[in-house]
Design a protein around this ligand. Sequence first.
Ligand code: ATP
Length: 893
Amino acid sequence: MAVEETPSVAPTWHTLDADAVAARLGSDPARGLPAREVGARQARYGPNAIREKARRSKLRMLLAQVTDFMILLLIAAAVISGMLGNLEDTLVILGIVVLNAAVSFAQELRAERAMEALKRMAAATATVVRDGQPQAVPAEALVPGDVVLLEAGNAVPADLRLVEAVDLKLGEAALTGESLPAEKLAGPLADPGLPLGDRHNMAFKGTAVMYGRGRGVAVATGMQTELGRIAGMLESVGETRTPLQRRLTVFGQQLAIGALAICALVFVIGLLRGEPALLMLLTAVSLAVAAIPEAMPAVVTVLLALGAGRMARGNALIRRLPAVETLGSVTYICSDKTGTLTRNEMRVVEAFIGGGHIASVALDPARPPADALLRAMALCNDVVRAPDGRPLGDPTEVALWQAAADAGIDKAALERNAARVMEQPFDSERKRMTTVHLDGGGFIAYTKGAPEIVLALCTGMAIGDGVVPLDPEQATRAAERMAEDGLRVLAVACRRWDMLPGNDPPGALEHDLTLLGLVGLVDPPREEVKTAVATCRAAGIVPVMITGDHLATARAIARQLGILTEGGMVLTGRELRMLPEAELRRRVAQIRVYARVDPAQKIRIVAALQEQGEIVAMTGDGVNDAPALARADIGIAMGQAGTDVARESASLVLLDDNFATIVTAVREGRRIYDNIRKFVRYVVTCNTAEIWTVFLAPFLGLPLPLLPIQILWINLVTDGLPGLALAAESAERGVMQRPPRPPQEGLLARGMVRHMLWFGLLMAGVTLLTQAYAIGAGLEHWQTMTFTVLTLSQMGQVMAVRSDRDSLFQQGLRSNLPLLGAVVLTIVLQLAVIYIPPLNPLFGTSPLTAVELLMTFVLSSVVFAAIEIDKYVVRSRAHARQMPAVDSPSGKA
Ligand code: ATP
C-alpha cells in the first residue's frame, strides 16, 4: 500500500480518478483503511471537528467573578476601611468575596460541564469501511483515507472524493447557498479551478444526502475541510439562550437597578443619621452585592442543563436548550405511527393471492403464483445479512425477507441467477419501489408498494400458472379488509421485459404490471403508548397520528391506542391536498389521524395548528421531514430510525423512538420550569427581604440591623447551595393534570410578584421585630439574634417553596435530600458563627443563651408558617373548585 500524502497539499482531488485518490491517501476504495492505521492518523490529524470559538479559560471565568463592578467597589471600600481602622474586618470581607467568587465559579463551571455533556451526547456518527467491514463510528473519529458510506438522510461527515454514486443528490445550501440538491458522480473532472458547487464528484462536510447512496474517500477532516476553512457557521447545542434566560436577564437588570437605587438611599439616610460614612458605604455596597442576583443566570443554566441531562437518561436528548421550556407549553403532539406508536416489529401474517385470502404460513414456494410472490418479496428488497446472519434493513422489508426466508427462499442464492441490473428506490412520496433483474434471456421487473398505487399500475393478476385480467375492485376490497384489521398492506407485482427497459422519466417502466399478490403485515402498538396517550389527554395535550400508511390501518391503530375517539376526525393526504388553507385551519383542531400523507404535507399541518395558536411537537425521521421539524415548536427526530438530516433540524431526539418518551419529556419540561420559578421566587424574596430590613430600620427608629459582613455572609450561605438543590425537586403532584403553560406567560405570572413582595416584607418585618424586641428588652445579643433570624427565615422559606401547593408535611422532609442537606449545613454554619469563639469578633456575633436561641428559631419559623398557610388556602380553594391537581391520586410527588 502506498504511503499516504498530506491531504492538504492536494486540494484538487476532483481531478484525480478514484483509485489514484485512494492510493495517494494509502487507502482502498473497497476495503477502506486498515484499522491499525487509524490511531496514528487520529494522532496526526486530530479530531474531525470544527473548532469552536475559543472558550473562556478557567482563569478568566474566575477573574470575571471578582472584576464585577460592585465587587470591585466592595473590595475598595473594605480596603479603605481596613487602612483606617480594623484590618481584621477587611480581611474577613475579602475572604467572603473570595468564597463567593468560588461558589459562583463552581456554578458556572458546572453549567458549562453540563452543556458539554449534552453536546457530546448529540454528537453525530458516520458509517465507515475499515478492514473491509462497514461500521458506525463517531464522526469525530474519522481520518483522511477513511472510506465513508453515504445514504439518504446522512450528514456528510468530512470532505469526500466520491468513488461511487448511485442517484446521489446532496443538499449543499449550507456551503454553496444553492437550494436545489446537487447531483453527484464518481468520475474525475478536468478543470482544477472549478468552484465548490461544480465539483460534482466531491461531497463536502456539512452538506447532506437528500437522495440515493454513495461511497467516498475522506480527503480532508476537521479544520482542513472546506467547512473548516469558513468555520464559525455551525450553530451547536446550547449556544442559543432560551426565552426564559433572556427574560431573566432583563428581570435581573431591573432588579439590579432597583436594588442600587435603594442602596444609594440607605447610604444617604445613614449619613443623615450621622453614621460613619465608611461604614455606610460598606453597608450599602454589601447590600447591593447581596441583593443583585448575579448568580441567577448561571444557576438557571445549571437547572436547565441538569434537567436536560436527566431527560437524556430517560431517552429524550435535548439538542436545543429552549426546548426544555417549550415542552411545558406543548398543546399538540403529532406523531408518526410506525415505530413511534407501534413497535416496528413487522411480521407478514396474511396474503391475498390468486383471488383469495390465506395465512402467510400457507405460502407454498412450490406452487404458483406463491413462488413468484415469494421471489418478488426477496428480490425487490434491500435487506442484507449482517455478519451474524441477522437481516439488516427497513422493518417492512425485513418482514418480507423473513417471510420469504421462512418459506425457504434465500435472497442471496436467488441473486446469483437474477442479479439486480436496475432499480428505482423506495421513497415515501411515490410509495413504491421497483427492481429489474436478469431473468433467463430477458429481464423481470418487480414492483412493490402501497396497494392503491400499485394496483393502479396493474392490468393482470396471477392465478396459478396463468394471468387473468385484474378486477381492481376485488383487489381493493381485499386490501381494505386487511387494513381494517390494522395491517400494513403492500401490493407486489411484476412484469417481464425482453430488453432492458428504460426508466426515463423515473417510473416509466412501472405500467401494465401483473399483480402477484397483496401481503398484510402486523405491527403491534406499543403497550406503554396507551397510557401515554391518556396522560396527554389529562395534561391538555392532543395526540395526533400522521402516517404514510393506509387510512384503514391508521384508523384501526389509532382507535386501539385511544388517539381516535368519538368525534375525532380523520383525513387523507389526498383530501388534505384539496383542502384550501382556510378550511384546513378551521378543521385542523378536530383532526386526530392523517393517513397516506407525504412528509411534505406535514408542514401544512404544523402551520395550520400554529395559526390556531397551538404549540406543536412533531416527530419525523426522513430527509423530507426536516422542514416540518424545523417549523414545529418542538421538532422531534428519531434516534434509531432517523436520519442525520432530521436530527439536525430537530430540537429533541428520541433515543428509543418511543411516543411515551415524548410524554415523559413534557412532564420533565414542566418540572424543570416549575423548579426554576421556585428558585427565582426563593432568591428574589430573600434578597428583597435583606434590602427591606436594612432600608426600613431607620424609619422605625432602629439602628443598623446588620453589619456588612453579616449581609455578605447571608448572601453566601443562603443563595448558593439551597437554591441549586431545588433542581432536585420532584415534579409537583398533578403536574400532568393541568393545562399547558401559555407560552407568552411571563416568568412572574401566577402570583410570583405577590409572593416575592409580601413574603419579602414579612421576612424583613420579622427580622425588624426581633431587633426591636431584643433592643427593647435590653438583650445585649440583639444583633446576633437579628442576623440569625434573617438567615434561618430564608431556610424556612426555601423549604416552604418546594411546592406551589402541597405542604412540606405532605411532601415529606426526605423527598429532596440535597435540599435538606443544604439547609442543615447552612444552620450548622450559622451556629458555628455564633458559638465558635474565634469567629465572634470576625462576624460581630456573640453566643446566644438557650432561651435566646430558642426565640430566634421560633421567630424564624414565622415565614415558613405563613407560606404554608398561604398554600393551604390555595389548596382549599382549588378543592372547592374541584381542581384535580390537588386531590388526584396519580401524581407522584
Ligand atoms: P409512518 O408515517 O406511520 O411512520 P411510514 O413512514 O413507514 O409510516 P412510509 O414509509 O411513507 O410510511 O410508507 C408509506 C407506504 O409505502 C406504506 O404504507 C407502504 O404501503 C409503502 N411502503 C413502505 N415501505 C415500503 C418499501 N420498502 N417498499 C415498498 N413500499 C413500501
